[in-house]
Design a protein around this ligand. Structure first.
Ligand code: SAM
Ligand code: SF4
Length: 514
């Protein structure tokens, strides 16, 4: 059990709303009251873009080359230059950018896509975000907090039937489901061993990432002590004025500075894999992307560690709100694809997550736009995995928003394999201490990508043997043959060691990694 003696407890929503935020933990990271999201500079860059209209092709090519060779985060002004390339008006130049984004993705992450599942633990919330089905005032939402026994039932489906090994655990913000509850749910996930319904071999969740509200340093240290993976907090919008319109001042989430400084506190607490994100559709997407670059650069400046991942959630329909349909800033699929290319070039080393909010067509399309992670067989209703036999079943009043891509993991793995992409279930990184700054350097040089390739092959073998349909297994076997041949060519001396682990995995040993 996690030691929670160092953290504060709150018994009422009122007390929580009034006292949860620690002002000194904000001020520390905004020296002289100056915010690292320089909104004046963003407005200036957008005005320049609006007046210029046409990109400077030579400058664009220079920036692409810089991103590709250095793998360092671009300057906001460089991202702004790339933003001038409109795929409709400059299709050839945009295609050069897309191809470079794909090459960078391959250099850093090879031909792998990492898969995971969202697991919603609770939809109690003390906030009032206007786009979200969980907001406190939404009486249509059916409220529920998973007990540890119910969580075990969810894990039995996720690990025993679907074969997931990596989760993003998601929580509303509420005094009863804050740090102590989050820590207990993480521990429950790690402790559950579940036999595969197909092979009978034990499977387990090996990495639990968390998407929750910003926390103080002491609370983050508790999550670190139970082995949290990445801590994700989406900024929703970096535009302070629009942020204030969407998040009422009476709510905890209404504090823009508490949210924007959250990752600085994470780093201070030793939680050095952090996941940034913007809820696209709340503001001009150019504003959001420029601010994301500023956020990444400030983390690098303070800690020499940038975001482990960027996520690209888009507004989806949700219970009791019209914002997702009526926001003036909604983006289409073409813009979504453009954002991904710009993000890959702007923060070249980062993981990029595209969730099942997207339609299948939109997700298929951006696979070669720099993305590295996706979820599948997802069910985001609270207790949805164990209650619904059919994974595609959705209930608006039991979930935060509606999903666009209900494909099963078997279908997704088969689709990825058919285009030569290996599905990775690897979770070795944080268990070998490859997190934060340590993994940043390896990613920038492309070393991590090669390491992970071997672990991807081993975990893919596990999943094919324990969970795949015959059809998917056949396609997967062919891909593995090709990957092993590639490893033999690339690492002839190390190859016999790799094969030893591979053959042990084929015999049924599990969780072998480098
Ligand atoms: N409640 C915590 C918070 O807001 O900080 C944890 C995150 S919340 C459960 C998960 C994320 O879902 C939010 O940060 C937001 O970006 C996203 N979200 C909320 N409403 C959405 C909607 N209608 N469509 C798509 N994503 C939405
Ligand atoms: Fe609560 Fe998060 Fe939804 Fe806001 S986005 S209402 S904080 S669950």
């Amino acid at each position: 059990m996690a030691d929670c003696s160092s953290i504060r407890k709150f018994t009422t929503a009122e007390d929580y709303r009034k006292n949860f935020i620690i002002q000194s933990e904000i001020d520390k990271y905004l020296p002289n009251g100056k915010h690292f999201i320089d909104e004046d500079e963003i407005v200036r860059l957008i005005a320049v873009m609006d007046s210029r209209k046409e990109p400077d092709a030579a400058r664009v090519r220079e920036i692409i080359a810089k991103s590709e060779s250095s793998c360092e985060t671009l300057l906001p002004s460089e991202t702004a230059e790339l933003m001038l390339v409109d795929p409709k008006k400059n299709p050839e130049l945009f295609e050069e950018m897309r191809a470079a984004a794909d090459r960078i993705k391959h250099k850093v992450y090879d031909n792998r896509i990492v898969v995971f599942a969202p697991l919603y633990m609770s939809n109690l919330c003390v906030n009032g975000c206007k786009y979200c089905g969980f907001r406190e005032a939404n009486s249509l939402q059916k409220r529920r907090v998973l007990t540890m026994d119910e969580l075990k039932e969810e894990l039995d489906v996720l690990a025993g039937r679907i074969g997931h090994k990596r989760l993003i655990a998601v929580y509303g913000e509420h005094q009863t489901t804050s740090t102590e509850y989050i820590a207990e749910t993480i521990e429950t996930c790690y402790n559950r061993q579940v036999p595969s319904v197909k092979s009978g071999r034990k499977n387990a969740i090996r990495r639990v990432n968390v998407n929750a509200a910003p926390l103080p340093v002491a609370d983050l240290k508790v999550l670190r002590s139970v082995g949290i993976g990445t801590f994700q907090v989406f900024q929703e919008t970096y535009n302070r004025k629009l942020y204030e319109q969407m998040h009422p001042a009476w709510s905890v989430k209404g504090n823009y500075d508490w949210r924007t400084t959250c990752f600085h506190r994470c780093m201070e607490a030793g939680v050095d894999d952090v996941g940034l994100g913007v809820l696209y559709g709340l503001c001009d997407w150019r504003y959001e992307l420029l601010a994301t670059v500023m956020h990444a650069r400030d983390l690098e400046r303070w800690f020499n560690i940038g975001p482990h991942t960027l996520s690209f959630p888009r507004l989806e329909p949700a219970s009791g709100t019209k914002v997702p349909e009526e926001s003036p800033w909604l983006i289409d699929d073409d813009t979504f694809a453009r954002i991904l290319v710009l993000a890959r070039l702007s923060v070249p080393y980062t993981g990029m997550i595209v969730t099942a909010r997207e339609s299948p067509a939109s997700r298929n399309r951006v696979l070669d736009h720099g993305m590295t992670q996706l979820d599948c067989s997802s069910n985001i209703a609270i207790k949805g995995y164990s209650d619904f036999e059919n994974e595609a079943h959705q209930e608006k009043e039991r979930q935060q928003f509606m999903l666009g891509d209900n494909r099963s993991i078997d279908e997704m793995v088969r689709y990825l394999a058919s285009r030569g992409t290996i599905t990775s279930f690897c979770t070795a990184g944080y268990r070998c201490g490859r997190t934060g700054g340590c993994i940043m350097d390896a990613l920038k040089t492309g070393r991590e990508g090669k390491f992970c390739k071997i672990n991807a092959v081993l975990t893919f073998r596990e999943w094919l043997d324990d969970f795949a349909s015959d059809e998917t297994r056949k396609i997967g076997d062919k891909l593995i043959e090709k990957e092993l041949a590639g490893i033999k060519e690339w690492l002839p001396k190390f190859y016999p060691t790799v094969m030893k682990q591979y053959e042990a995995t084929c015999r049924g040993e599990r969780d072998l990694f480098f």
